[in-house]
Design a protein around this ligand. Structure first.
Ligand SMILES: Nc1ncnc2c1ncn2[C@@H]1O[C@H](COP(=O)(O)OP(=O)(O)OP(=O)(O)O)[C@@H](O)[C@H]1O
Length: 498
């Protein structure tokens, strides 16, 4: 746009003044025709297009309006002189928006777009009122934005500019909102209790900075998540639903749940904590997934304990699996009924949940399974493509310990570090146990005290491991001796028989 909006409007205003003056000189009888001609001329020569975005359309809230409001709020805090600020219960910070009558110029790909904010009062009627006076006339506030642009850019506006405004507005809204931790309700409560998931605000403080693990492995995960977050076009190009699966496995207390919180915080996603044991069947599982929003992490913790999903596939052939699923969902009389939870969700139901066609209806989702026993899981459940990244959360080694020492004691080095390094190399201790010992127990506990406590705890664990090892060696030796004894006696009796 060569001229600015200001210049173009002042030129147009000058022209209108001249035409207005000419109109005054025209005889009254002809004035009507001149006015009509003038309106047509303005229509023909006025090079601007106006688009109005109302807050409500046909009684429904217009999502485009709130995206524009957020988008312009982010631009106008630097440019506009009168702004409105508000904070909703669901949002973390103040939302700034353009005040009534204000306008700002937004620039996109070198083109200027003018936005104006308006508010007008209209008369409305209340359908019911607290005073009991139904149908009373009440003043309603009607807010709207008007986008003004040169007609040359009509295609750019409808093609890319508005999409850019919507996307950016939505992204700001998402990063501003309080994130949620959802848990699935029992299906008996779905309809009378507002939805299939109940939620609380998600405020877990874990981040990748506070997560104790091998730094190289941690960086790999961060890179993977970053690529996923930016991967919208890539996933579209390769024809894959925009989702990714992570399998977190490792002994108890190694940080699997902490890692989930760190992932959700890193991506700024909500978490859906799916309790499989309270899902009755495969159909319910699908409905629960459909009811999740994008930009979310769907978690099934301790998948090996959730349902008897292990080994089923190994026992059956691929071809018999479909009929098995039907059998499961119809009668549900076999293996699942042996579970105390009576859930009829099957392995194939769960596989569909992860990668069925309909699972692509909501994009930008992460699915995470956790387990303490990866070897117990059916290979089909965790194959690449379903669980794209397998992350082993392991016992605490020195690099992970340093992160915990920094978090809990705010120290980067200490003369006891070397002893701890050696002990951790020789002993399996979970980060959870290390963290527990690093927590000051009394007001007078300093770093030295905590590190000494930790050394004692690792030594005790080492001793326990040694005793366990001795016991195992003894048992193995006993077994070997028994075997040898039996073998010799068999040999002897064979000789006698000869
Ligand atoms: N890798 C870690 N980094 C930081 N803190 C950790 C880590 N692992 C464990 N912790 C600490 O130990 C506590 C328990 O860890 P967490 O629940 O994440 O382990 P988990 O592997 O999920 O255990 P489980 O398998 O028993 O569910 C956490 O609250 C956290 O304070």
């Amino acid at each position: 746009m060569g001229e600015t909006f200001g210049e173009q409007f002042s030129r147009l205003a000058g022209l209108m003044f001249i035409c207005g003056t000419i109109q005054q000189l025209v005889p009254t009888k002809l004035r009507h025709y001149v006015e009509k001609l003038w309106a047509n001329l303005v229509n023909y020569f006025y090079p601007y297009v106006h688009i109005t975005f109302h807050e409500y359309t046909r009684g429904m809230h217009n999502e485009a309006y709130s995206c524009i409001r957020t988008y312009l709020g982010s631009k106008s805090s630097k440019k506009a002189t009168r702004l409105t600020a508000e904070k909703s219960v669901d949002s973390m910070s103040l939302a700034i928006s353009l005040d009534e009558g204000q306008e700002i110029i937004d620039e996109f790909n070198g083109v200027q777009f003018q936005w104006q904010a308006y508010k007008e009062m209209i008369e409305g009627t209340s359908s019911s009122s607290r005073s009991g006076r139904s149908g009373a006339s009440i003043p309603l506030e009607k807010s709207f934005y008007v986008l003004v642009f040169h007609k040359t850019y009509r295609e750019m506006v409808t093609g890319t500019y508005l999409e850019h405004v919507m996307e950016e507005g939505k992204a700001i809204q998402l990063s501003n909102r309080k994130r949620k931790l959802y848990t699935n309700k029992n299906s008996d409560n779905w309809y009378w209790n507002g939805g299939k998931w109940s939620h609380i605000n998600f405020t877990h403080p874990a981040t990748f900075d506070t997560l104790a693990m091998d730094p190289k492995k941690k960086q790999e995960i961060i890179n993977d998540l970053t690529a996923f977050r930016k991967g919208k076009d890539y996933y579209a190009k390769i024809g894959k639903a925009w989702k990714r699966g992570y399998l977190l496995h490792g002994p108890p207390g190694t940080g699997k749940s902490t890692m989930i919180a760190a992932i959700a915080n890193f991506l700024e996603y909500d978490i859906y904590d799916l309790e499989l044991t309270s899902v009755e069947n495969n159909a319910e599982l699908k409905q629960l997934l459909i009811d999740t929003r994008s930009k979310s992490v769907i978690v099934i913790e301790d998948i090996d304990c959730s349902l008897d999903l292990t080994g089923k596939r190994n026992k059956k052939t691929e071809s018999s699996e479909k009929s098995e699923e039907e059998k499961d969902s119809n009668s549900g009389q076999d293996e699942e009924d042996k579970n105390t939870n009576k859930s009829k969700v099957t392995l194939s139901g769960l596989l569909n949940f992860i990668d069925g066609i309909w699972s692509a209806c909501g994009q930008e989702r992460i699915i995470i399974f956790t387990t303490n026993h990866v070897d117990k899981l059916d290979p089909a459940l965790i194959r690449r493509g379903r669980m794209d990244m397998h992350i082993e959360m392991s016992y605490c080694k020195f690099e992970a310990f340093k992160v915990l020492a920094k978090n809990y004691l705010d120290i980067d080095s200490h003369h006891l570090f070397e002893e701890i390094r050696q002990l951790l190399e020789e002993t399996n201790v979970s980060p959870c146990d290390v963290a527990e010992n690093l927590m000051p127990k009394t007001d007078s506990s300093d770093a030295e005290h905590c590190l000494m406590d930790l050394i004692q705890a690792i030594k005790a664990a080492k001793e326990k491991e040694r005793l366990k090892g001795d016991k195992e060696v003894k048992a193995a030796n006993k077994f070997k001796a028994n075997l040898l004894k039996r073998f010799t006696s068999i040999k002897k009796s064979a000789k006698v028989m000869k």
